[in-house]
Design a protein around this ligand. Structure first.
Ligand SMILES: CC(C)(COP(=O)(O)OP(=O)(O)OC[C@H]1O[C@@H](n2cnc3c(N)ncnc32)[C@H](O)[C@@H]1OP(=O)(O)O)[C@@H](O)C(=O)NCCC(=O)NCCS
Length: 169
């Protein structure tokens, strides 16, 4: 099972829900706004807006506050979720929106038998992902997904987001 810090999740989610925030599926009607969000806040975003699933956070007035996109891949040895992009508008930060979306992703993954969530991030964000339960690895450090019987090495060489992260069981 993918780890979720339930107490932190509940604390953030309760405050946000009481303030009128909702967390909704990333459907086509959100594509344009989410594209603009990622374009503003992520130097080189990975989403293609074709095959991603995702979660959007919307405030009480219906304005987009943040979004998370990911893809679940069915591999020979099991399902792995890849995070593409995560961003929260500046005015909405530090209220737990990013954490709640990542925890919701972990919850969905656990429901659907996904073994691991992986992705890469900028090195400055390593502490952020660590506090949520991810392990992070510097660029060029190979990692092997333990369930992978082929022992394939995964190495991140991305120039800007040069850090692997994954959420171990
Ligand atoms: C990273 C990002 C998504 C975080 O969103 P957020 O909704 O503000 O994050 P949260 O509110 O869930 O943060 C919760 C906690 O993490 C801490 N935190 C936030 N950003 C952090 C960072 N860069 N490093 C370490 N801790 C961080 C907050 O202080 C808060 O802690 P607290 O509750 O103890 O005060 C947001 O800063 C962002 O959109 N950044 C620009 C886009 C980006 O870099 N995306 C990631 C691409 S890999």
């Amino acid at each position: 099972m993918i780890h979720i810090d339930a107490a932190t999740h509940l604390r953030y989610a309760t405050i946000l829900t009481n303030a009128g925030y909702t967390f909704q599926p990333f459907t086509e009607e959100w594509h344009e706004q989410v594209y603009s969000l990622f374009k503003t806040y992520i130097r080189r975003f990975a989403s293609s807006f074709r095959e991603e699933e995702g979660i959007v956070c919307v405030d009480a007035k219906g304005t987009l506050a943040g979004a998370l996109t990911y893809t679940v891949r069915e591999l020979d040895y099991g399902r792995i979720a890849y995070i593409h992009d995560l961003a929260v508008k500046t005015a909405y930060r530090n209220q737990g929106i990013g954490t709640v979306m990542l925890n919701m992703l972990a919850g969905r993954c656990n429901e659907h038998g996904v073994l691991r969530i992986i992705g890469n991030c900028h090195k400055d964000l390593r502490p952020y992902y660590r506090r949520i339960g991810y392990r992070t690895f510097p660029a060029k450090i190979p990692i092997v997904i333990p369930e992978d019987p082929t022992g394939t090495l995964n190495i991140c060489r991305d120039r800007y987001y040069s850090c692997w992260m994954w959420n171990p069981a």
